[in-house]
Design a protein. Structure first.
Length: 269
């Protein structure tokens, strides 16, 4: 009996590949990754050499890869983008600034992903490691591309994806009658004109997402040697771990494989 129980204990541990997004996205994911490592799971984190927040830990193995930009270049662009977020101005002015800022930020993610996929030694290591699943933040789709390449179940850990791409991928309804869009400052109780505004708010979002996410579709198609769309990469998720808390924001419909974990952001004390 003791022998069987010990074997069950070994079987409970898994091998997890983690492909995170940098910055505040990583700070929340790190909580999960550290605890998984402490519980005996073999965790491998793949990250670029240039990051703002992703650091080594005794609870996981870190695999680094080179990127074609410096720490100073990345921090300069991110600071400029954050400053823009607090600026005032007309809708057109803010839209143009958002377009330019997101395009520059996107270039960093796409360049980083391209260098990861071209790193044959690292890709061979990932292929030989026989992982059980991939944990990734789909705000950057490189982890999703690797999950498809390795034919592994994908677990998406996210706060949300711009332009409602997560709604489309999960086929979640988001009626503009009562699901307020981000940054509209609307509530779930809207007048008719506010509902119209909420509906129109989606139009520029889709325009921005065309150039922000489509480069990943091109990367995936070239790497996987088949036509792959952004929605193909998002739809492959087995589980969506949604860092939302309906105590603090307006409820919305969820699908069965979407699990709210908003409490994770609360301080331990």
């Amino acid at each position: 009996v003791v022998l069987l129980l010990s074997l069950l204990g070994l079987a409970a541990a898994g091998k997890l590949l983690v492909v995170p997004a940098d910055g505040s996205h990583w700070l929340s994911m790190r909580e999960v990754v550290d605890i998984l490592g402490q519980k005996g799971h073999a965790v491998v984190v793949v990250a670029p050499e240039v990051t703002t927040r992703i650091k080594p830990s005794k609870n996981f193995v870190m695999k680094r890869y080179s990127v074609p930009y410096t720490q100073e270049e990345m921090e300069k662009e991110f600071q400029a983008f954050f400053h823009f977020s607090f600026e005032q101005g007309s809708f057109l002015e803010r839209f143009v600034k958002a377009y330019r800022g997101i395009k520059r930020i996107t270039n960093f993610g796409v360049a980083s992903c391209g260098h990861l996929l071209q790193n044959k030694e690292l890709i061979r290591y990932l292929e030989d490691s026989k992982f059980d699943a991939v944990l990734t933040d789909p705000v950057l789709l490189c982890g999703a591309i690797l999950a498809k390449h390795l034919s592994l179940p994908a677990v998406y850990f996210l706060r949300g994806i711009p332009c409602g791409l997560d709604f489309e991928a999960t086929q979640c309804p988001k009626p503009p009658s009562y699901v307020p869009r981000g940054f509209t400052q609307l509530t779930d109780r809207m007048s008719f004109l506010q509902r119209v505004k909420n509906l129109l708010h989606d139009i520029p979002d889709h325009f921005i997402c065309d150039f922000a996410f489509e480069p990943y579709s091109k990367l995936a198609s070239e790497f996987l040697q088949q036509d792959v769309t952004v929605q193909d990469l998002l739809r492959q998720a087995s589980v969506w771990l949604l860092r939302s808390e309906f105590v603090l924001e307006y409820p919305r419909p969820l699908m069965p494989n979407i699990i709210p974990i908003g409490g994770l952001n609360c301080a331990h004390k």
